[in-house]
Structure formats: C-alpha cells, structure tokens
Design a protein around this ligand. Structure first.
Ligand code: ZN
Length: 74
C-alpha cells in the first residue's frame, strides 16, 4: 500500500510546486488522515508514512518511512 510512495528526501527536499528547499516532516500512522486529505468518518486508506509540508507554500506530500539502517528489514 505504501510501496508507491517516494523515498524520504531528507531535511531539504525541493518542493514540487514552488521549488522552495525545505519541508517539515510529520509521522502519520496507518489509517491516520493527513493535512491534505479530505476528512471522513472512516480511517484513511493510507498506510504508515511520513508527511512532508513545504515551508513556503504549504504543499503536502507523503514519503516512505526512513528508519535507521540497522532497523530496516533485510
Ligand atoms: Zn512549496
């Protein structure tokens, strides 16, 4: 489900909308609605992910989790 998300782009990603470099990161649990989602009464279909939000234009996108190397499944 989260396989289609792009990899975590680090502390200074380039916003796809305004080219600003830098975005905040929020952890979102599976089923948790993100800032850019339309709120519904049921859980979000999205899996666990990292939500990014551009500092400048507030554009929101999702990226995969970025655990430390030693905690990644082989
Ligand atoms: Zn932006």
């Amino acid at each position: 489900m989260s396989d289609t998300l792009p990899p975590y782009s680090g502390d200074n990603p380039t916003c796809l909308k305004c080219s600003h470099q830098g975005a905040i990161t929020r952890h979102r649990a599976a089923g948790e609605h993100g800032s850019g989602d339309i709120a519904t009464f049921g859980p979000s279909p999205k899996g666990e992910r990292l939500e990014r939000e551009c500092w400048r234009c507030d554009y929101v996108w999702d990226e995969t989790l970025n655990p430390p190397e030693e905690q990644r499944p082989a």
